[in-house]
Design a binder for this molecule. Sequence first.
Ligand code: NAD
Ligand code: MLT
Length: 529
Amino acid sequence: MFKVVVCDTISEKGIDILKNHKEIDVEIKTTTPKDELPKQLRDADAIITRSATTIDKEFLSYCENLKVIGRAGVGVDNIDLDEASKKGIVVINMPTGNTLAATEHTMTHMLNCLRFMPNANYELKYKHIWNRKKWMGIELHGKTLGIIGMGRIGSRVAIRAMSFGANVIVYDPYIKKEKATSIGAKIVDDLSELLKNSDIITIHTPKTNETYNMIDKKEIEMMKDDVILINCARGGLYNEKALYDGLKSGKIRALGIDVFENEPQENHPLQEFDNVFVTPHLGANTYESQIRVAEGIANSVIDALLGRGYENAVNIKMEEEEISELGKQFLGLAERMGSFLSQYVKSFTKSITIYTHGEIENYANSLSLFVSVGVLKNMVDEHINYVNAPYITKERGIEIKSEIYKEKTEFKNYLLIKAEYDDSKTIEIGGTIFEPNKARIVYMNGFDMEIELAGNIIVFQNYDQPGVIGRVGAILGKYDINIADFRLARKDESKEALSFIKTDEEVKDEILKEILNIDGAIAITKVKL
Ligand code: NAD
Ligand code: MLT
């Protein structure tokens, strides 16, 4: 028998599936105080949770027998995936079950922000005030809705808003442009264009390093006066202090939020405003969605416990036994090169070709997989792993190919990645391992260099003329940013140079802009590995 403990409320339909299975013994601990819960899970084989249970390292230290964590929902940001993986615990989620519920909840928040329905309801029902003048609204028809993140939920919000007569602008650098344009939405390459032109803005990205505090004071200042903001995705995507200031100053007309940086959250400063509508993370709370999610997660947890399959597993590592020590080092390099590539191009990548030379030709498939994982990591909500990466690249229309490298090379083993992006642009990066265990990128777009792909890196391209590099150093120095490593590569024929500048800390976008204003600068991008 396997013991499955349900830690957060899920639909009875899912619990029935578990109860009716002869090899499953179910325990419901939805009312157990969260600080006592881990101690009661010592003999659990599987647990099922939603976002209310935080599964961190300490929590997992009590779960001596745990094999499977079933997350009845999309986001796995409440689970320490690395620690779970280290302990060999499979984490499974249900990414599509609550998409419609979250979409409709977003529309509800949007309409409330436009019409102040909850306030009028409260006044009439509980204070018996008939006040038609006070609660004047505005229409969605004819307004411009900016959608940040055009995945499952963002794309459905777009369709619904357009049926109300709204114009939709989308910012999502990781999708095929046609995903937005084919439904009549406009896609922009620059977030600031969306911020400046939208009457209403809603965000539907996962919470990643890149999206955390994506909308802060500076971004709110760029917005139109009287803007309406919605967040039914994850707390912390909009900086909560910046929202507070924007409401206080009158810049924000209304705010609808379903999610907070710290949950549960009963006394947040944002609640002081009449024009803020809050819900306690109800996006997925419809009977239909909870049935879909609960039935799905119950079946997946049973399958995983019985070893029958791992659909939607977010952390299963591939088998690596057959790969040599050197091959394994190249797999690590491949993933980093993939991550570098997606952070550098920051837009839809149409195709990626992986060229291999030397012993690593034997591992071309695994290398392609690791490059895909690296490329997808910053883009999508699912935790990307070696099981789901091929499906997700396919779903997103990214073609992955591998070929033998046929040019001459001085390296015994060489990995070159060529990617096509933004319709007609291309990027090439080459890497190798110098023995022992020195993973380096050695080539980029016609420039030869050698640098370790780790930490905070600025990639700076300029015309090869005197003084440019000195000025870059001076600007970084002015802001007290320490340069940990600086590699310069030159291409005589084009009179261009490319620098990789490693810094001890992440360099703010304003500073990058200042560097880009130097006479002779061509392009600048930062990546974090
Ligand atoms: P998804 O993975 O289908 O879509 C996310 C989209 O965000 C992708 O298209 C991706 O390309 C895009 N994206 C990633 N980084 C970006 C960036 N820096 N800038 C712009 N776009 C970026 O996810 P989904 O199922 O649509 O879920 C969206 C969000 O909603 C997630 O955060 C999820 O956890 C949350 N969610 C909340 C509830 C709730 O109860 N409130 C319910 C379901 C989902
Ligand atoms: C999710 O990530 O699926 C949502 O936050 C909903 C939930 O946790 O129930």
